[in-house]
Ligand binder design. Structure first.
Ligand SMILES: Nc1ncnc2c1ncn2[C@@H]1O[C@H](COP(=O)(O)OP(=O)(O)OP(=O)(O)O)[C@@H](O)[C@H]1O
Ligand SMILES: O=C(O)c1ccc[n+]([C@@H]2O[C@H](COP(=O)([O-])O)[C@@H](O)[C@H]2O)c1
Length: 189
């Protein structure tokens, strides 16, 4: 059976933290691939100003140089609110020969009790939690935890820095940084 990691995210923008956790979990669990799934409308956040196509394009650029990373557009194609339950249900129905692992940072681990249909979802997929500064990895739900070198970067910090005209170099892939400048995202010139 193939083993595939899923990294769902808003990716507004994608950054080195996302790539680092995907690579670490890929290595440590011996996964075949990691699929990055940009959400259409994230369930727990107010709508982002960034166009979904820009988030998708940036995610594609971010994973460009890594042959075992893929982008999956299932949530964008489904449109509406991107509940993970719906995504996982569709994927496991479609790919019966794949074992899926849903990767997430500590902030999402803490939020798990509020996820849509979480009681059913935990029976359907293995959750893999990784440390994020300021968040606990303990959960009332069964999750597997993986030790990673903690790198506390966030999309919020990157949006703020770019908006203030400060450098975000080395916090995100160069191709994504160039795309942000070309498109004038987050108040960049
Ligand atoms: N630096 C990081 N370390 C560990 N996990 C991370 C890190 N950044 C993001 N993640 C995880 O990646 C997934 C997608 O995150 P998301 O796209 O919301 O990025 P974010 O940096 O948390 O964004 P924002 O600051 O806009 O909330 C989530 O499970 C999140 O916990
Ligand atoms: O399904 C839910 O109720 C749910 C609630 C919160 C987060 N998620 C998913 O968790 C992933 C990370 O979320 P985010 O907003 O930090 O990018 C992303 O795939 C979200 O759709 C899912």
């Amino acid at each position: 059976m193939k083993k595939i990691g899923l990294l769902g995210g808003t990716f507004d923008p994608p950054h080195m933290g996302h790539l680092l956790i995907a690579e670490e979990v890929y290595q440590q669990l011996g996964l075949d691939e990691v699929w990055f799934i940009p959400s259409n409308d994230p369930p727990h956040k107010t709508a982002t100003d960034t166009l979904v196509n820009d988030r998708l394009e940036m995610t594609q650029l971010a994973i460009d140089s890594n042959p075992h990373f893929k982008v999956n557009t299932i949530e964008i194609e489904r449109s509406g609110i991107s509940y993970t339950f719906d995504t996982v249900k569709t994927l496991i129905d479609e790919f019966e020969d794949i074992q899926f692992y849903f990767i997430m940072g500590g902030d999402m681990v803490e939020y798990l009790p509020k996820w849509h249909r979480i009681e059913e979802l935990v029976e359907m997929i293995t959750f893999v939690g990784v440390k994020r500064k300021g968040h606990e990895l303990s959960s009332p739900f069964p999750i597997q935890t993986i030790d990673i070198p903690v790198f506390e970067v966030s999309s919020t910090v990157i949006r703020e820095r770019i908006g203030e005209g400060r450098s975000a170099r080395y916090l995100l892939p160069e191709l994504v940084e160039s795309y942000i400048k070309e498109r004038g995202l987050y108040g960049s010139e």
